[in-house]
Design a protein around this ligand. Structure first.
Ligand SMILES: [Zn+2]
Length: 309
């Protein structure tokens, strides 16, 4: 980032403010445009000659489809959602930009960017101590496990061995850019793994698989139960739906998670993509997701599969 950059922050205001101050210090112009409202976002990019965009990757994939022709954008920073490698490649190709990933934690009030090598997000190791632990036992592990942070200089609200709930791999060798700080590779959230027909399925893996199938422009997995059987449905928006594409999706998803999905092609634009796309919906657990407070009133909590049982 340079002082001549014009940076559009397509994120919630609280997150945007985290970046606005350092960007101002650098001398860059910032536009805190908030999430959603795709037409206005595209207009701002064009009218102000924006050179760098910060945003959620699934939303940026939606936005780039609305931007016709070349734009002034040269760099994109993704945050707020896991960026898989196939998403990165797709964004770079569709927008002709360089994509940088950010690992951030709200509890930590900090974000860590990858560098020009795009080989993990660099932690500021003079400010943060990084460890990994076994998520079940809390015992230290060999740089793969639940990410744990300790702040070294923070006053007022220090964090000591703060457990993030994120599963990461940490690499500590020298990066190609010359930095020697630890680099984080996000691998998933604790509790993200679901069982479908007895197989362990990771939504991040399914997301990466679907974005690597070129004609697929958007999708949503829905798990439900018919009788005692699990059913995996994938709704797909595609440029050219065909039986060959259906067969490819079935084969690739089966290879990724050992479950063959039912593929349903839906009209382009029918799956919501404002703000952050919901790529995975588990209706089995929704039916039983009663949070402790709602349980008292006998209310179901729709749409949540993180609710404790
Ligand atoms: Zn580096």
């Amino acid at each position: 980032m340079e002082s001549k950059d014009r940076v559009q922050l397509i994120v919630a205001p609280a997150m945007g403010l985290l970046f606005e101050n350092p960007l101002h210090r650098l001398g860059a112009m910032t536009i805190l445009s908030g999430p959603g409202n795709t037409v206005a976002q595209a207009q701002l990019i064009r009218d102000l000659g924006v050179s760098c965009v910060f945003g959620v990757p699934s939303y940026l994939l939606h936005l780039v489809e609305k931007l016709e022709g070349e734009t002034s954008v040269k760099k994109v920073v993704t945050l707020g959602e896991n960026l898989t490698e196939s998403m990165r490649r797709r964004l770079e190709r569709m927008w002709n930009v360089e994509v940088y990933n950010d690992y951030g934690s709200t509890g930590l009030c900090a974000g860590f960017l990858d560098c020009r090598e795009h080989c993990g997000c660099h932690v500021f190791s003079d400010n943060f101590l990084v460890e990994t632990v076994d998520p079940k036992t809390g015992e230290p592990t060999d740089d793969k496990g639940e990410l744990v942070f300790t702040t070294l200089y923070r006053e007022g609200s220090p964090l000591v061995r703060y457990r993030t709930g994120d599963i990461v791999r940490v690499e500590r060798d020298r990066c190609g850019c010359g930095r020697t700080s630890p680099r984080l590779f996000f691998e998933g959230r604790i509790g993200d793994m679901v069982k479908i027909k007895g197989s362990a399925v990771y939504p991040t893996t399914l997301k990466d698989t679907m974005f690597s199938i070129e004609p697929v422009s958007n999708f949503q997995f829905v798990v439900s139960r018919e009788g005692s059987l699990d059913v995996l449905l994938v709704r797909v928006e595609a440029n050219r739906p065909s039986e060959a594409l259906r067969a490819e999706i079935e084969e690739r998803v089966k290879a990724a998670c050992n479950v063959t999905p039912t593929v349903e092609f839906v009209p382009p634009g029918s799956l919501s993509r404002e703000r952050k796309t919901r790529y995975f919906v588990d209706l089995r657990q929704d039916a039983y997701a009663i949070c402790p407070r709602a349980r008292m009133y006998g209310n179901f909590v729709p749409g949540s599969r993180r609710t404790p049982s």
